[in-house]
Design a protein around this ligand. Structure first.
Ligand SMILES: [Fe+2]
Length: 285
């Protein structure tokens, strides 16, 4: 092991010390980073100074860069897509307008979710780089979904084995339930438990923001089970809370974690730069 690390929390994550990720990584370091990432679900590198190009290069350590897609409401044609994979996560307005490349929801508290769970092939990894950070709140919460899976009661696990869940996202509405109108929303049916494509470990794959109903199950039962699963998924015992500093590069595995953002006052400026690593294939149970 060529890395110096220290744990971020008992639940997940390690901080990698004394490594400048703006430079190309040599083979042994790269292998150790991958091992540390898959073992610990999340990595933190502090004190970084990264251009967009350097962040993109670092992102490709883990696979192909994920593309940003446009939801059907805003899409002008079928092949309309953002021209850059980089997303700006910020509340900053210039002349009354969000910064170029901003996400639609960079300026408020955000509930737990996996990124792009509503895509046929969801993003595997999310990488956030802190450029301006809020002094109060705006923390990133990460919760370990291997641990969540292990914590599901055995009878419920048996009952749900092989089940699928409808994942829906409509940023204009945000609150989703089983009655949601799917026109204008993005959605896909995913396994409720997935087998991680790299580690082979099983993880719970639901979230309160996007998971609407368990396929083939009566509405009342589906609502009740999902409510229980959301509580298990968000269990504070499996959680790490990241307090941002300028220069932090925080990355997590969307296939075995969910994340959220805590409230922060709108008078504060917050600016993070996000890239993702694309998934390779559909998620499997
Ligand atoms: Fe997210």
């Amino acid at each position: 092991m060529s890395l110096t690390t220290r744990p971020l929390s008992p639940a997940l994550g390690v901080e990698v010390l004394e490594l400048d990720v703006s430079e190309p990584l040599d083979g042994a370091v790269r292998d150790d980073i991958l091992d540390a990432f898959y073992e610990n679900v999340a990595l933190l590198f502090r004190g970084q100074s990264l251009t967009v190009e350097q962040q993109n290069r670092f992102t490709t350590t883990f696979g192909d860069i994920g593309k940003r897609t446009i939801g059907p409401r805003l899409r002008k044609s079928a092949d309309d897509i953002y021209t850059t994979p980089v997303m700006v996560v910020s509340n900053i307005r210039e002349n009354g307008k969000p910064l170029a490349g901003s996400s639609a929801n960079g300026d408020r508290e955000m509930g737990f979710h996996q990124d792009t769970a509503f895509h046929e092939i969801p993003d595997h990894v999310t990488i956030l780089y802190g450029i301006e950070v809020s002094a109060h709140g705006g923390h990133t919460l990460l919760t370990n979904q291997y641990a969540a899976y292990d914590n599901i009661p055995a009878d419920l696990k048996t009952k749900l084995e092989g089940c699928e869940v409808l994942q829906v996202y409509d940023y204009q509405r945000h609150t989703v339930d089983a009655d949601i109108d799917l026109s204008g929303a993005r959605y896909y049916v995913q396994p409720i438990f997935i087998t991680h494509p790299v580690t082979g470990r099983r993880a719970l794959y639901v979230n309160r923001m996007m998971s609407v109903r368990i396929e083939g199950m009566e509405r009342g039962e589906s609502d009740a089970i999902l409510s229980d699963l959301f509580d298990i998924a968000e269990d504070p015992r499996f959680r790490y809370e990241h307090v941002w500093e300028v220069g932090d590069l925080l990355m997590w595995d969307n296939f075995c974690s969910i994340h959220a953002r805590t409230f922060y006052p709108d008078v504060e400026r917050r600016l993070l730069r996000r890239t993702t690593v694309a998934g390779k294939e559909r998620l499997r149970a």
